[in-house]
Design a protein around this ligand. Structure first.
Ligand SMILES: Nc1ncnc2c1ncn2[C@@H]1O[C@H](COP(=O)(O)OP(=O)(O)OP(=O)(O)O)[C@@H](O)[C@H]1O
Length: 707
């Protein structure tokens, strides 16, 4: 099928302006943002930020602790909590004991409340009796004084003394009340701060290093004991039998980023798989959470490599993307690599996307679009690269590419899937043309950097389909009866992607797909495996991880299913080429820099300013599909054999625009789609009538299957 993209006048008008046309307030805002970002990279600013977070968290945490204490003191919630904990631990005796204590507490509280009620009822009488009694005593003292001093006025002396006392007390209270009232909130604040500080209620990364819970430092004996206590009897026995009590199993423990790394050579009878299956137990034996221990398989046989994070270190955010910080950042499709994030050791990770098909998967809302977009934002800085984007979610994540991408389709409907399919099929056609051109040119090293930069016909084409599961799962059919979605031989989207996977790389036509939740329906096996770089954010199960990354990396320790949903947003396990790995390493865990939507627009504006204006096409206009096979049948007619050169000549005469660049290889590729190939006659390649007839029959059968 031939698809022509027509830029409508509407599209041309829609092309957004460049940075040069942005208004003064916008430029000012952009300048402030740049200053803020630069400040964020400054260690002094970060320290100040940490201090602010730490002390704010102390106050909040302390308030929470005090509130909880008050709540616990006034309700039975403490007993309820203990009962639940004992129940969860299966300690029935303790459950009973806490129930009894709770019962006693409630009875005592009831008693106190009743007494208080009774007191309130009796209070007026008691106060009256107290006042009369007190006055009587004062009167008695006054009479005794008057009698002793023979002075009748002394009867009033005790009353005057009490009145003076009350006056003085009220004067003193009056003096200190104001300052005490002003100081009270500060004293309260200091008190809750002190409690928060004592309880270390700030996040680990904001605490002073001395107060961080780094877990016990990882020593050789801790690692050996952790392995010995894994519950693998062969391992325990082997360690017990070792003269050096297991230390010989370990490589030196090396500091690696915010953790340590150690290789453990397993004794005979213990497999690396057994250790991988016990990751949680191993982490707990090492006094870490499961997500803080990574197990990979290095090239050495029967060895596991552990990377053990400092406790809490993985929760500390990584810095902003160098792309955002460095306004002069450049990109080169051939020689550069996209600054994507950091590996677990804290080293910067760059990805070379040159002639690579990419697949990123992950559960919803975990950072898939952001990770895919981060690569495109870098590559957009190379003005020789053309983008063709279909965002099948269509909520504006790729809006910044309007005016930069040649095509930008945004939306989730069948209509959008049809458009995306047309876009990919257009790229298949473009790819075929390039293959023919390359063959004609006699090039010996494929499309070189020089050719890509100087010859427009070889500019890198990057197709991006975000939320590709929408296309694979689409049930709609195109006018010729073929489905857009699915994974059949007639499925248009799948077949087009497959052909680009097969042949696009060499002629600079690549496709990057982002999909949710890989299953066979969402992402056919053949489509998964056609990619050079496969990355996965958190996934639900190991089988999904295998679909996302392939069996081998998961068997070697890649574990996106062990990432924490919601907490490890933007963390990808990546397998394949284009990303630095040690020899034998099957995957790398990358914590990607997050580039927000707003920053993405700043970056695309920057890229647009470096390129010629592009009038992005939002809707492809499909020219009447060309049926290559029918045309072939027509030009062969009833002749049993026609020379290939003659067939091409006839095709060009029939439809010059479509067949202008066709050659023997292209004709061969058409026959191969239906399992046929050209024959030879007297040493010359020919197209046989029987081949054409068989191809027509096969296609009719396939179409009948999907009707
Ligand atoms: N590298 C990152 N670091 C921290 N947070 C991130 C990162 N990437 C994404 N997020 C957070 O995750 C949210 C979702 O990101 P994104 O839209 O890319 O997810 P998604 O997987 O494409 O979602 P969906 O599949 O539902 O479209 C972002 O709004 C952001 O808050």
């Amino acid at each position: 099928m031939t698809v022509t993209m027509i830029k409508t006048p509407q599209d041309a008008e829609d092309a957004p302006g460049t940075e040069a046309s942005s208004t003064r307030p916008e430029r000012r805002r952009a300048r402030y943002r740049r200053i803020a970002r630069a400040a964020l990279q400054d260690e002094r600013v970060r320290t100040a930020g940490r201090l602010t977070v730490r002390h704010g968290a102390y106050v909040l945490g302390g308030t929470r602790v005090v509130g909880r204490r008050i709540w616990d003191g006034r309700t039975a919630s403490r007993y309820e909590r203990m009962i639940r904990a004992a129940e969860a631990a299966g300690l029935l005796e303790e459950v009973k004991e806490w129930e009894a204590r709770g019962q006693n507490y409630r009875a005592a509280r009831h008693r106190r409340r009743m007494e208080l009620l009774q007191f309130a009822l009796n209070a007026p009488k008691a106060i009256g009796a107290g006042a009369v009694g007190g006055a009587g005593i004062l009167l008695l003292i006054g009479i005794l004084l008057a009698w002793a001093n023979h002075d009748i006025t002394d009867v009033a002396a005790p009353f005057e003394t009490v009145a003076d006392l009350v006056r003085w007390v009220s004067i003193i209270v009056g003096v200190i009340w104001g300052p005490a009232l002003a100081l009270a909130p500060w004293i309260g604040l200091a008190a809750v701060w002190a409690i928060g500080q004592h309880r270390h209620t700030a996040p680990q990364w904001a605490l002073p290093v001395s107060a961080r819970d780094l877990g016990a430092p990882i020593t050789a004996s801790i690692v050996v004991v952790a392995f010995r206590d894994l519950g693998i009897s062969a391992l325990r026995k082997a360690i017990d039998d070792m003269g050096d009590v297991g230390a010989g199993m370990l490589s030196p423990i090396a500091i690696a980023g915010c953790g340590v790394e150690v290789d453990v050579h397993l004794p005979s009878g213990v497999s690396t798989e057994e250790i991988q299956n016990k990751r949680r137990k191993l982490a707990e034996n090492l006094n870490r959470h499961e997500h803080e221990v990574f197990i990979t398989i290095p090239p050495q046989p029967r060895t596991v490599r552990l990377w053990i994070a400092d406790s809490g270190a993985l929760d500390e955010p990584i810095g902003a993307s160098p792309l955002v910080l460095d306004q002069d950042a450049t990109a080169d499709y051939y020689t550069g690599s996209a600054p994507w994030g950091q590996n677990l050791r804290g080293d910067a990770v760059g990805v070379s996307v040159k002639q690579r098909h990419i697949l990123l998967t992950g559960l919803s809302n975990q950072g898939k679009t952001a990770a895919l977009r981060a690569l495109a934002l870098w590559l957009a800085l190379d003005e020789t690269v053309d983008f063709y984007i279909a965002d099948l979610k269509g909520v504006g994540d790729w809006r910044g590419f309007d005016g930069l991408a040649e095509v930008l389709i945004q939306g989730p409907t069948d209509e959008h899937v049809a458009q995306a399919t047309d876009m990919v099929e257009w790229a298949v056609d473009e790819m075929q043309k390039r293959i023919a051109l390359l063959e004609e040119s006699g090039a010996t090293d494929g499309v070189t950097r020089e050719m890509a930069r100087t010859d427009k016909r070889f500019r890198p084409v990057v197709l991006i389909v975000d939320e590709a599961q929408v296309a694979y799962g689409c049930g709609a059919k195109s006018p010729d009866g073929r489905p857009y979605g699915g994974s059949k031989a007639t499925s248009r989207y799948f077949q087009a992607v497959k052909r680009i996977h097969d042949q696009g790389r060499a002629v600079n036509v690549t496709i990057w797909e982002g999909t949710q939740d890989p299953t066979d329906e969402n992402l056919p096996k053949r489509s998964r495996e056609g990619n050079h770089i496969r990355g996965s954010l958190v996934l639900g199960t190991e089988s999904q991880a295998k679909m996302a990354l392939g069996e081998a990396p998961v068997d070697a320790g890649a574990a996106p299913h062990k990432l924490r949903r919601g907490l490890d947003k933007g963390t990808l396990v990546v397998a394949g080429e284009g990303i630095p790995m040690e020899a034998g390493q099957a995957s790398v865990t990358v914590r990607t820099h997050f580039i927000s939507g707003e920053d993405a627009v700043t970056l695309t504006d920057r890229a647009k300013a470096r390129r010629a204006n592009v009038a992005t096409v939002h809707k492809l206009e499909v020219v009447q599909p060309v049926d290559h096979l029918a045309d072939l049948a027509a030009v062969v007619g009833r002749e049993s054999r026609v020379r290939t050169t003659e067939v091409i000549h006839r095709l060009k005469t029939r439809n010059h625009a479509v067949y202008e660049h066709w050659n023997g290889a292209r004709l061969k590729a058409l026959l191969a789609e239906y399992g046929e190939e050209p024959g030879t006659l007297d040493g010359y390649p020919v197209v046989k009538l029987e081949s054409v007839e068989r191809a027509l029959e096969r296609r009719a059968e396939e179409l009948a299957e999907v009707q």
